[in-house]
Design a protein around this ligand. Structure first.
Ligand code: SF4
Length: 278
């Protein structure tokens, strides 16, 4: 590849994203990470489910599969097992991965299947009208929780790490360099690698909550993040501030949650079961 338009299909422009959507930043980070990792685009398949971010693979000059809602991991699993030489990259959203496809997600982590998954967490079902998802923060107003969400959100990164994924990191769209580096590391890691990106949906989350200005939203995400390294772990694991929560003390916890070298599913298929963690 010699430039971004060898990666993205100019013939499919203009894209369908709203002005100011975080997907644009993520697409740029994805391109940079893919180029840095020097992956062969002819040996790569992008898989997505349903949602705004799941439209990203359709803009990439590569084989891609836009599958059914919540089933991106299931389709990706089939592709990887059918042809293990392919790089299989999943682009998904919080509703697609954590809500409708939650069971596929946790079991792929548990198997440590060799997939790279980028989850665009905009805290909402954006494409279908701004409904609450399993990642919607407590108190957020959505089209289905007009008085504020009374449920607590999944921490998708904590879920992936505890289920057994080899690599897990979370950043926001305000952390472009760290996000790009983590996506690259995810591409280079054996086993299941997961990068969660806290993104913006100015059209729904922004308008219904604090702000609809996209720049303000990015600034807010950046200013309201807390590095995992600076987090003081509570002595009582049952305390209100669970160290695995998505938001602690009003801040989004960011960082690398896990970087392990447990044998991947395919390493064990190819090399025999040498067992457990390294
Ligand atoms: Fe982006 Fe939200 Fe528009 Fe979807 S609805 S394209 S997530 S701003």
């Amino acid at each position: 590849m010699t430039g971004i338009f060898d990666f993205y299909r100019k013939d499919r422009w203009p894209h369908m994203f709203c002005p100011g959507c975080g997907n644009g930043i993520i697409m740029n980070c994805l391109y940079e990470a893919f180029t840095d990792a020097a992956l062969d685009i002819d040996k790569t398949v992008f898989v997505s489910g349903i949602g705004c971010s799941s439209r990203i693979p359709g803009y990439i000059f590569a084989d891609s599969l836009h599958s059914t809602h919540g089933r991106a991991i299931a389709f990706a699993t089939g592709i990887k097992l059918g042809n293990p030489r392919l790089n299989v990259i999943v682009i998904t959203g919080d509703g697609d991965l954590g809500s409708i496809g939650g069971n596929h997600f946790i079991h792929a982590c548990r198997r440590n299947l060799d997939l790279s998954v980028i989850c665009v967490n905009n805290n909402i079902y954006g494409m279908t009208g701004g409904q609450q998802s399993s990642a919607t923060p407590h108190g957020f107003v959505t089209s289905t929780t007009p008085l504020g969400n009374i449920e607590y959100p999944f921490s998708l990164s904590a879920l992936a790490a505890s289920a057994g994924a080899n690599f897990v990191a979370r950043w926001t769209i305000g952390h472009v360099k760290k996000l790009t580096k983590s996506i690259r590391m995810a591409f280079e890691k054996d086993g299941f690698s997961f990068v969660e990106v806290i993104s913006s949906c100015p059209t729904h989350t922004g308008k219904m909550n604090w702000m609809s200005d996209p720049v303000e939203m990015i600034r807010w995400l950046k200013d309201n993040s807390l590095s995992l390294k600076k987090l003081e772990m509570p002595k009582d694991p049952l305390s209100a501030s669970n160290p695995l929560d998505l938001i602690i003390q009003g801040k989004i916890v960011i960082g690398t949650f896990r970087d392990a070298n447990r044998k991947s599913y395919l390493e064990q298929v190819d090399g025999g079961d040498k067992g457990g963690q390294k």
